[in-house]
Design a binder for this molecule. Structure first.
Ligand SMILES: Cc1cc2nc3c(=O)[nH]c(=O)nc-3n(C[C@H](O)[C@H](O)[C@H](O)COP(=O)(O)OP(=O)(O)OC[C@H]3O[C@@H](n4cnc5c(N)ncnc54)[C@H](O)[C@@H]3O)c2cc1C
Length: 388
């Protein structure tokens, strides 16, 4: 097989949010960088996610509302003796800097949710808002033909077969018959979507994880960072104990990349690899992950699973959980829960539910006996058990 050679400063493997962030940072710092993505589209799992970033004390937190010590107290309360304090402090120092760096040097734009409690909202150091950031909606029409190279979100995150909506949008859509401003807002969304469909095969107003990766992708294109899609890293090359590059496989053959500065591995998790899950994850975790089939997002999973939040792991096969039970969380089609009298987002107006916005909060909201859901990510839970 023909083998091409290439030399760069930095090789980044994986075109999700992590890989694109690494490539973008390297490009901003003046490195000659190459981004490599296995599939035909960039975005990875990140494109399908809610795109919420947990970054305490960023420039978007209300001034004086939080502190690194307070955030560390929260992590200590959550993690107990499993907390690696050095690593946690490094994260708490660097994450706000990362937000500022990327917003100042790229098209990334974030904002704090008005209400988004920490997952374990009753623990010491927890806050009800300010730490969780969401991507500002992005107009992907600026990507023109490259829009097709961006991985779409889950179908469940889109209305009318292609219109993404976030929490404020959903509020307006639900209130359109009661409020003139919501009606106007909703008609604006629909008109915008109609116009987009004349040019693209889905709406170009992106929110959540899709806005995050679109903003990163757009920034990479603007900086002319080369991106190889449909190209898979096969192995790393080493010399004298150092990683010196990687061997890639594309449709056109193999490419041997030599690197001056290094290789960033950002190829995502291994939720789909049963053997690695068994070998590397704690006992019990692998039980709820899919196996032998492509990643399936829309399936039932018991809320007891400690792997509930890992990407593919939330999609345990229906076979392992044939019918929803009272302690079963459904993702991402909550309205299929038998016994719910109406779409569960309407239930989110209960006082308990209005305080709860994220899927992980399910774990910290045990024994309430009530259902709640996050309309933006369509997660709904019913009488959840305590997860230890
Ligand atoms: C529905 C859903 C909602 C979520 N919501 C949130 C949230 O709100 N907040 C949050 O923090 N997390 C959330 N997550 C989890 C989050 O999406 C992931 O943790 C995150 O996207 C991982 O990013 P990544 O860049 O590491 O990996 P990915 O985005 O998966 O990117 C990895 C990329 O590497 C590529 N790749 C794999 N192997 C190779 C190879 N050999 N060579 C080249 N390329 C390769 C893959 O094709 C993929 O494009 C959610 C997940 C899901 C499924």
């Amino acid at each position: 097989m023909m083998s091409n050679e290439r030399q760069v400063d930095l090789l980044v493997l994986g075109g999700g949010a992590a890989g694109m962030t690494a490539a973008l940072t390297a490009a901003v710092l003046g490195l000659d960088v190459l981004l490599v993505e296995k599939t035909e589209r960039v975005g990875g799992t990140s494109a399908r996610s809610a795109g919420s970033l947990w970054v305490p004390n960023s420039r978007h937190s209300p001034p004086g509302s939080d502190s690194p010590d307070n955030a560390l107290r929260y992590l200590r309360a959550v993690l107990g003796n499993r907390l690696d304090e050095t690593r946690a402090r490094a994260f708490l120092d660097a994450a706000p800097e990362m937000v500022a760096f990327l917003e100042d040097n790229s098209a990334l734009a974030l904002r704090a949710y008005a209400h988004h409690p920490d997952y374990r909202a009753t623990l010491e150091g927890a806050t009800l808002s300010g730490r969780v950031l969401e991507p500002v909606p992005f107009d992907a029409s600026v990507l023109t033909n490259d829009f097709a190279k961006l991985r779409p979100p889950l179908p469940e995150f889109m209305l009318l077969g292609g219109m993404m909506v976030d929490r404020p949008d959903i509020t307006h859509l639900l209130n359109a018959r009661r409020s003139f401003s919501s009606l106007r807002y909703s008609l604006g969304l629909l008109a915008r979507y109609g116009a987009d469909r004349l040019r693209f095969d889905r709406g170009a107003r992106l929110v959540m994880g899709n806005a995050l990766v679109a903003r990163l992708y757009y920034s990479l294109l603007r900086r002319r960072v080369p991106i190889l899609v449909s190209t898979q890293a096969l192995s790393l090359t080493q010399s004298e104990g150092r990683v010196t590059g990687a061997l890639l496989q594309s449709g056109a053959g193999r490419i041997a990349v030599r690197t001056r500065a290094g290789v960033v591995l950002a190829t995502g998790g291994f939720s789909h690899n049963l053997e690695m899950r068994r070998r590397l994850l704690p006992a019990g975790v692998s039980r709820h992950s899919p196996s032998g089939r492509p990643c399936r997002y829309a399936a039932a999973v018991t809320a007891r699973s400690p792997s509930f939040l890992t990407s593919c792991s939330i999609a345990a096969s229906r076979a392992s959980s044939p019918s929803p039970r009272a302690d079963t969380a459904l993702f991402p089609k909550p309205w299929t829960i038998t016994g719910l009298p109406r779409p569960c987002w309407q239930r989110s107006r209960t006082p308990q539910a209005s305080r709860v916005f994220s899927s992980a909060t399910m774990r910290s909201w045990p024994n309430t006996g009530s259902a709640w859901c996050d309309p933006a990510v369509s997660i709904c839970a019913k009488r959840l058990p305590t997860v230890t």
